[in-house]
Design a protein around this ligand. Structure first.
Ligand SMILES: [Zn+2]
Length: 88
């Protein structure tokens, strides 16, 4: 999703820009530290908001853009994510 966003808003095709690479590394670190591990719902529905505010705002912007586009680019992942969101 970060790639989709960065491609349109920042560098075009290819690698992520520095800011998006930082955001991706941060998101992966938060996921690795997630206390709910494999049983988690989607981050948007989580009771624990573990992102620091600046990163949270960035990832929300990415999700707002890339979320609807995921249905076109990665339909299976998009449906699995929607199903994850049904979990409490
Ligand atoms: Zn970028």
């Amino acid at each position: 999703m970060i790639s989709l966003y960065c491609r349109t808003h920042h560098v075009g095709e290819g690698a992520l820009c520095a800011a998006c690479a930082d955001l991706l590394a941060y998101a992966q670190a938060r996921l690795d530290a997630c206390p709910f591990a494999g049983h988690k719902t989607t981050c948007a529905r989580c009771l624990v908001h573990c992102y620091k505010p600046a990163m949270r705002e960035q990832i929300r912007e990415v999700m707002r853009y890339a979320g609807p586009r995921m249905l076109l680019h990665h339909p299976v992942l998009a449906v699995l994510h929607l199903l994850d969101g049904l979990r409490s």
